[in-house]
Design a protein around this ligand. Structure first.
Ligand code: CMC
Length: 424
């Protein structure tokens, strides 16, 4: 067996290597502390494998992304989102019968309990829909038995996927003061979501095929991305044996941050700011490079990709196609293209291998589809849901699973005596 040797204070320790199916190699440091007294130090976990997983493979240097072995480029154009959800969660592509069974089960759970609608009355119209989504998902555990019994898990997975689109659409309807539109189960998953978002009781709503196709692709591109911040959060929370709904709700909150899923909203706000400021994208590239300036180019850079994010490549093309088909002329798309052009040839970005990520072009497509900016991160969450579920399930079924509990290097005060308050 191959091993790695670590020398600590003149003593050498031999550590086993762990090798994955794509020859990714890790040094297994689990016994290092017990043997040597030292821990590994890796703030931000940039070089730490927190688990082994059979779900998604990424090669960030080559720009490769595969779900269960299938290249993202093939899935994005040839699969339905629920097919991909099934693939991630069950580990294999569904047959036609599997798919009919899966969609049939989902259709039985698309409504939320009528009492849960009352929660929406309590939220102010300005509430961010990501906060509503995480609260509502957490609240599901007050309505449904949320244990780790396999029957409960399987049913709750179906409930979660089915109800997520209803909760998301209701939060939008609430924010614009329109009545909720109930799911119609002859629709596909994506059609049903668009119907609940955009139908109004007074008018007939036809789901535009181009919008439906675009949504399908966007959800697939977001469906999983191995141990990112939100997925690692889902696993972290779930490792304490917290329930599915509690763990996913935590993942939604982790996703909301602007360095993670919240970036898609921030990209559009940034592009709008550049447009309102006269459209001088060069000025903003300079700001992004200025270390005295906190401004960053949102939608650029990635912890793992040191090459063009394959999802961004697909979305760049999709942005052109969708806007063309819908006859939308968005000045923000022109600014985005110019910004990318400058950044890709600028030494600062080239040296740091900073490329557009999945969030750079997705917002422009969502805008063209009529989805409001504050719903963009919710769209990301709807897509990521099967990924989170697949990781949670994988973690729960790992016989060697343990509670996640990192160590630290303490840098605070060493022991000192307490001085009574009156004498301080
Ligand atoms: N604009 C300007 N400089 C940047 C950017 C950016 N968007 N991203 C990274 N850098 C610089 C950073 O300042 C640092 O420079 P230096 O070496 O001189 O200190 C270097 O590049 C490495 O950056 P880092 O912050 O150490 O990299 P990280 O892996 O910790 O962060 C990131 C990754 C995605 C948080 C970061 O690139 C970023 O903040 N990007 C903008 C936010 C964004 O688009 N987030 C969505 C990520 S993709 C979707 C998802 O998975 O959530």
């Amino acid at each position: 067996m191959s091993t790695a040797k670590v020398r600590v204070n003149d003593r050498e320790y031999e550590l086993p290597l762990v090798v994955g199916s794509e020859k990714e190699t890790g040094v297994d440091v689990r016994k290092l502390r017990a043997a040597s007294g030292v821990i590994t130090y890796d703030p931000g976990y940039g070089n730490t494998g927190s688990c082994s997983s059979g779900i998604t493979f990424i090669d960030g240097e080559k720009g490769i992304l595969r779900y269960r072995g299938y290249p993202i480029e093939q899935l994005a154009v040839s699969a339905r989102f629920l097919e991909v959800a099934y693939l991630l969660i069950e580990g294999r592509l569904p047959t036609q019968d599997d798919f009919a069974g899966f969609t049939g089960r989902l259709n039985g759970h698309t409504m939320i309990h009528e009492d849960m609608k009352k929660f929406f009355e309590g939220y102010p119209p300005t509430a961010h829909p990501m906060a509503i989504l995480s609260m509502m998902v957490s609240a599901l555990s007050t309505y449904y038995r949320d244990t780790r019994a396999p029957a409960d898990i399987n049913l709750n997975i179906v409930r979660l996927i089915a109800k997520a689109i209803t909760i998301a659409a209701f939060s939008y309807k609430k924010s614009i003061g329109q009545p909720f539109v109930y799911p119609l189960n002859h629709f596909t998953y994506t059609e049903n979501f668009l119907h609940m978002m955009f139908a109004v009781p007074a008018e007939e709503y036809q789901v535009p095929a181009v919008v439906d196709e675009a949504l399908n692709m966007l959800l697939i591109l977001h469906a999983d991305h191995e141990q990112n911040c939100s997925t690692a959060t889902v696993r972290m929370v779930g490792s304490s044996e917290a329930s599915l709904f509690a763990s996913i709700s935590a993942g939604i909150n982790a996703l909301s941050g602007p360095l993670h899923g919240g970036a898609n909203q921030k990209v559009i706000e940034m592009l709008q700011r550049i447009l309102d400021d006269g459209g001088d994208h060069q000025k903003y590239v300079a700001k992004a490079k200025d270390k005295e300036d906190a401004f960053r180019l949102m939608g650029f850079g990635h912890r793992v990709y040191k090459n063009y994010d394959p999802r961004a490549r697909l979305l760049k093309q999709a942005a052109d196609d969708v806007l063309d088909s819908l006859g939308v002329n968005d000045p923000l798309l022109d600014i985005a293209r110019q910004l990318e052009e400058v950044a890709l040839h600028d030494d600062y970005f080239v040296e740091r291998k900073l490329y557009p990520n999945v969030d750079f072009y997705s917002g422009i497509i969502y805008r063209a589809m009529g989805i409001p900016t504050n719903m963009f991160t919710v769209m990301f969450a709807l897509g990521r849901l099967p990924g989170w579920i697949a990781h949670w399930k994988e973690m729960v079924s790992d016989p060697h699973g343990r509670i996640h509990r990192p160590r630290q290097i303490y840098t605070g005060e060493t022991e000192r005596g307490l001085v009574p308050m009156a004498e301080r």
